[in-house]
Design a binder for this molecule. Sequence first.
Ligand code: NAD
Length: 291
Amino acid sequence: MKNIGFIGIGTMGLPMASNIINKGYSLSFYDPFVNSDSVNALKNLGGIEKTSLSELSQNVEIIITMLPNGDNVKEVCFGKNGLIYQDNKNFVLIDMSTINPNDSIFINEELNKNNIIMFDAPVARLVQNAIDGTLLIMVGGNKDEFKNIKNLLETMGSDIVYCGENGSGSKMKIINNYMSIALNILTAETLNLADKSGIDKKMAIELMLTTAAGKGHMNLTYPAKVFKDDVSPGFKNNLALKDLRLAIQFASEQNLDLNMGKAAEKIYDDASKKQYGDLDWTSMFNFIKNK
Ligand code: NAD
């Protein structure tokens, strides 16, 4: 079993490091800012506390960073007494923090200059998944080397997806989060519209789980139409725009402002003025692409 160094034992890092230890790995950790409860919890499991990056980097084959942002990762790697200045550079770095993909690419290039292999491997899902070892982990880096870290990642996650070259894990994480975070507001607006107009929310949810609203366009409409290069009208954009305006007007009568709806209305309106009005609504994928 490889010796693991873990940097950043916060909300996510602590349960992730705990799972690595519980699966039989030897783990050293470094986090000078975390509270003593977390330090003691990991020590009780068998984790070895280190008080500097120099100490942590000795005798480890893999170092994992789980830090708040890209500047933290750069600081740990390249700051004063950072990892590249230590004697042992014979380790693989797996950065599991959520950071800008350009930072992931930059950090990888700089580490490569010191012969250090790096992966970006940010995680999705919740703290409970970190505790249960059921995170989704999105990995960017060399595909051959990926085989050597997969077992370790499986101690923390139930779904380990290789996404492509360095930076691809961070890109995929941001792409996924964009959709789920924006959909959260759309979902909140939609269910408030149901509530305010006297529609039973439970019934509305059950009903919408059978339509594109709840099943999602990736599941339902795009594969059948635009992904097959077919934008002949099934449901026309002009009709979608009419229905969207009905919803916005109806909501305003209930004193509810549909901000996501208004943003979408502007885009449908632009598309309609550029000969998309009579095309299938999935053609909006092409409109956005060609804008
Ligand atoms: P956190 O703030 O709870 O933990 C970060 C830890 O890093 C802290 O304990 C802090 O002391 C430590 N740290 C900061 N700078 C350090 C340094 N220079 N050296 C050593 N340790 C240092 O954050 P978190 O919630 O665990 O999130 C970590 C990353 O995972 C973030 O990028 C976050 O966006 C991402 N993420 C979080 C969640 C979540 O639900 N919390 C879910 C998915 C992804």
